[in-house]
Design a protein around this ligand. Sequence first.
Ligand SMILES: CC(C)(COP(=O)(O)OP(=O)(O)OC[C@H]1O[C@@H](n2cnc3c(N)ncnc32)[C@H](O)[C@@H]1OP(=O)(O)O)[C@@H](O)C(=O)NCCC(=O)NCCS
Length: 168
Amino acid sequence: MNIRAEKKADIDGIWQVNADAFATTEEAELVNALRDSGVPYISLIYEKNSKLVGHILFTAVELVADTSGLKLMGLAPMAVSPKLQRSGIGTSLIKSGIQQCIDHGYDAIVVLGHPNYYPKFGFVPSVQYAITTEYDVAEDVFMALEIKAGALTGKKGTIKYHPAFGSV
Ligand SMILES: CC(C)(COP(=O)(O)OP(=O)(O)OC[C@H]1O[C@@H](n2cnc3c(N)ncnc32)[C@H](O)[C@@H]1OP(=O)(O)O)[C@@H](O)C(=O)NCCC(=O)NCCS
């Protein structure tokens, strides 16, 4: 299997793959800030020929105004080395990440991202659940995936990410 949980020795490689995939190093710095913040996270890496070429991060988010104790993860960021994009690495990372969230007992995952990419993994626009984001974005780019069937039904509120996301 090419995918595994991050180890301390992966931290530089994770920074690099994010720096390579995004236009600036902001996402790479964000990953470090989130790891240091103490927020619960799931961080997976993809290795090819012993080189770290992909990364996905999930951090715990909160549905503000909801008191039912939902366990929610936000997927962000994810990155694949530019030369290896569009070869299925991102898909493998998302599928493994969703499985990890299931294994850790999360109720649902949210993501702010490409509206053509995430629906193939079951994400739907979060407005279907009366769940919004604090960010001023088009309705179809903020999406949610119920891990536990019905977990978001009837839920209402705004998803809050860790404040470190405010710097990106
Ligand atoms: C988004 C990303 C992680 C996907 O990883 P990947 O390994 O390339 O994805 P896969 O090979 O599993 O899937 C490819 C599909 O992703 C979608 N996709 C990939 N890059 C995309 C982009 N820049 N814009 C829109 N869709 C994109 C397409 O639907 C593509 O399918 P196609 O090749 O049939 O058109 C990767 O392209 C990347 O690192 N991009 C730069 C950083 C980024 O935007 N991260 C996501 C936001 S946090």
